[in-house]
Write a protein that binds this ligand. Sequence first.
Ligand code: SAM
Length: 350
Amino acid sequence: MKNSKEKHISLDSFINKALYDKKKGYYSKKDPFGKSGDFITSPNISIMFSEMLAIWCIAFWENLGRPKKINLVELGGGNGEMIYRMIKVFEKFNKFNESCNFYMHEKSSLLKNIQKKKLFSYKIKWINSLNEIKNGPNIFLANEFFDSLPIKQFIKKKNKWFEKKIESSHPQNYKFIDTITNIKKLEKKIGINLSANQKIIEFSPLSYKYLNTISKKINIFKGGLLILDYGYFEKKMKNTLQSVYKHKFNNIFHNLGNADITYSINFYLIKNIVNKLKLKVAGLTTQGEFLTRLGILQRAEILAKNLVFSKKSDIYYRLNRLINDRQMGKIFKVMFVTTKKNRFKLGFKN
Ligand SMILES: C[S@@+](CC[C@H](N)C(=O)[O-])C[C@H]1O[C@@H](n2cnc3c(N)ncnc32)[C@H](O)[C@@H]1O
């Protein structure tokens, strides 16, 4: 029998609290990008990463017919390093720079403050909602954004679908509980048969909400969304939820507020969702291939020229971390979402 004090919390609410609670959440308490921080993202490995994205954005703007105004929106800006380095490139391309309205969409107040300090000399608008973006073509950039959004998990047992929830009889005393669910209801809402040939489903209602809003804007005003994230292409979904504390895997219920909780993006599902939302996936590849096609090797050569050996090796060491298959080159994927008619392919196979 259920104890009257027991509470069932959905997994996405639980993750949301653990990561973004205003006082105790992981992203609210300390800067995870700092020196003693838990993780290091691509823009913080090498400026070359952001330089390549900047060039990609300028080329896409040209493909869109050099619109007089374009919104460049970064989703989840972390410590602001990526947009900072990108603007440094844009400053060399006057026409593009003048056409750009820069937006940052950041949930964590702590990170927002760090971003504002770093970017104080640039004209950037911080927005709480994507509805604050001016009408016009948009480029949405999402580096490791979607993998930080809370998910739900559903599992199939004896031909029935259950939602994984969390039971807490006392605070600090959590365990998973499977509750029977009507998966068809969710499938009807999003218009996708999520459960076909699956034993587990990972679905982020918040990611869906973002994709829905972004798709509407792109359908109306043109532009695109570039997603760079940790994830996989296969149809079959896996249990990828993980908690990392001090660089080690951690029980999801331990070190709450001090551990990062993430999951791997199923790019096949994202593709299905954006197709349903009347957009297309114009490109899908690995981070290594994407950056290489954009010319990161040539850029490294230019930067390394005339440098002393130690500095040269540092550039190549960082390059290797970004593009090597055994580092971030393969496990990180890049997906480009745009309108059905658009033919832009830079960074992807023709
Ligand atoms: C893993 S970090 C990546 C940061 C940055 N893009 C980078 O590559 O360094 C995820 C970022 O997304 C932000 N974030 C997560 N959920 C968000 C939401 N719902 N709205 C806005 N920002 C969010 C986090 O606060 C953080 O800045």
